[in-house]
Write a protein that binds this ligand. Structure first.
Ligand SMILES: [Zn+2]
Length: 551
């Protein structure tokens, strides 16, 4: 068709003229916009066949043909569109009806009725961000303003092997859907939760009947979710043998879903083996590394070794992807520094009585390897905001004894300063690495309130490591592609209207390790499913997030 058009040598003005005359076009409604564009071009070609010769060659832009839209709920005008694909920003208006984008361009219909006009002059307009790995309880904190304030309109829950502890997921998700939800929710089935639901708990060897039970519950819950999550550094997931994980991956693959994994070990000397373990499940299903990091690994060269491992696996045909968060400290339960044989309360009681010396030594070595007790910031009362070194000193004890006597593996959460800037930044630059917060509204780590703002503030505006278009692509279309989320992640006609309006220079992640619950600044307007839910950085009372179900 393009060739044909070129041959006809038509001018833009003539095309406009022809459209004006074309009464037939008026009958098309807004839902058939794309069809209209296609048919419009055919009609134009036909019309031009009857035209006399014209002069210059002009590139024909399909958006010139407008659908007959006589009213829109919201028009976002004069904005600079960053559409999420990574393509360079361009100026255009966006028109919204109900929960969807009905047109991008400039509607010139003089009769057009507009419910609300938002002037985005001098601002960027982008898709809402999609958080690939988040935490939180939608029944207790449904507004999730921490996410909205940093531009996130969709979060992914049920992570690290832990999802809603219910056998029948559908009524649970329906109940979540009835909340005044700030963001859209994508749910995963937790592998650890499956083990608990099947009555397996922490044992390693499972029977054939137990495996069948796991498969049965998984298959059922996958109907309403986007895949399986595993948390192989946590009980009970860490006790699973590889054969169990491979068998479950087969079910996931059969249902065309994916596995997101907090891998078995993120330490520098184990991370590559962990990636390989995950990739073996990738023969059966799409696989994804959650919060890629190398604990105590350093430097760009090391990052490249890890990235090369991932790329080699991808080249072999395995669909392997990854995400990360832009902070140098991780955050999780203090059990992370306890040995596998002392992670549950029962195991811990036995270990204290029978293997005390060994336990002390393990914890001492592990914490020291993780940059020492000064690099662990406790996040639970009564020690919130104190380093492990300070908390232990307040009890006049070596830190390993404090951890055993005063905390225990369930006693606290902590932020651990175990990551290296050069290494993490090399990950961030790579196009195959997406962005996640791994955060929540209540966790004592700034990532839950800052991640997506920090990505723009630090890595786009301040350090110019990523272009704004590329940062937005990672946080939108790339995430949607990984999740196979339909109609989100790009600004396109027919897609859902999850939209942000902002000036990148004004984006600020306010949260830090001392005050991790400060909302990010700069996302002036946030729309979720076509509704304005944050206006001039104020939360509306009526929110419009939804539980998203696979198509
Ligand atoms: Zn995790």
């Amino acid at each position: 068709m393009t060739n044909l058009m070129d041959k006809k040598n038509v001018t833009t003005n003539q095309i406009r003229h022809n459209i004006g005359k074309n009464v037939a076009m008026q009958r098309f409604n807004k839902k058939t916009t794309q069809l209209v564009i296609g048919i419009g071009l055919i009609l134009l070609t036909a019309c031009n066949n009857r035209q006399s010769k014209t002069t210059s060659q002009t590139e024909i832009k399909p958006t010139i043909v407008q659908p007959n839209i006589d009213s829109v709920a919201i028009a976002i005008i004069n904005g600079k569109i960053i559409d999420g694909t990574g393509k360079q920003a361009y100026n255009a208006n966006i028109y919204i009806n109900a929960d969807s984008i009905v047109y991008i361009g400039n509607l010139t219909n003089s009769e057009l009725k507009i419910g609300q006009t938002i002037d985005a002059k001098g601002k960027n307009v982008s898709p809402g961000f999609i958080d690939l790995h988040a935490h939180g309880n939608p029944l207790s904190t449904p507004d999730f303003e921490n996410f909205l304030a940093m531009g996130v309109t969709t979060i992914t829950l049920g992570q690290d092997g832990s999802s809603a502890n219910v056998r029948d997921l559908k009524p649970y998700l329906d109940k979540v859907n009835q909340q005044n939800l700030g963001v859209n929710i994508v749910e995963f089935v937790g592998h650890g939760t499956l083990r608990n639901l099947a009555g397996i708990g922490v044992k390693s060897k499972i029977t054939e009947a137990e495996l069948e039970k796991l498969k049965e519950i998984l298959k059922e819950q996958l109907q309403y979710t986007f895949g399986l999550s595993s948390g192989l550094e946590y009980a009970p997931g860490l006790y699973a043998e590889e054969s169990e994980l491979i068998a479950l991956a087969e079910i996931v693959g059969n249902e065309n879903k994916m596995i997101m994994s907090h891998m078995r070990n993120e330490d520098d000397d184990a991370v590559i083996e962990s990636i390989k373990e995950l990739s073996r499940q990738g023969s059966n299903a799409r696989v994804h590394i959650s919060h890629l990091k190398s604990v105590y690994g350093k430097g760009t060269a090391r990052a490249n070794e890890i990235l090369d491992t991932i790329k080699k696996i991808r080249k072999s045909g395995i669909q392997l992807t990854a995400d990360m968060y832009p902070y140098m400290a991780s955050y999780t339960g203090i059990a992370i520094v306890f040995p596998d044989w002392s992670k549950t309360p029962q195991q811990f009681e036995i270990a204290k009585k029978t293997r005390r010396k060994e336990l002390e030594e393990f914890i001492r070595n592990k914490v020291n390897l993780r940059n020492g007790p000064e690099a662990t910031l406790l996040g639970s009362a009564p020690y919130t905001g104190k380093t492990l070194a300070e908390a232990a000193a307040s009890k006049n004890k070596p830190f390993e004894q404090f951890l055993i006597d005063d905390l225990g593996p369930q006693g606290s959460s902590g932020a651990y300063f175990v990551m290296n800037k050069e290494l993490q930044e090399a990950f961030l630059k790579d196009p195959i690495i997406g962005i996640c917060s791994d955060g929540s509204k209540t966790g004592h780590h700034p990532r839950g309130h800052g991640t997506f703002a920090k990505t723009i503030e630090t890595y786009v505006v301040k350090d110019s490591i990523l272009s704004l278009e590329e940062a937005v692509r990672k946080m939108t279309s790339y995430a949607a592609e990984i999740l196979q989320l339909e109609k989100r992640g790009t600004l396109a006609i027919g897609n859902k209207a999850d939209i942000l309006i902002f000036d990148s220079k004004n984006i600020k992640a306010q949260a830090d390790y001392v005050n991790p619950h400060q909302l990010a600044k700069g996302f002036e307007k946030v729309l979720v499913n076509g509704k304005l839910v944050r206006n001039n950085e104020k939360l509306m009372s009526e929110l419009s997030g939804e539980v998203l179900f696979p198509e």
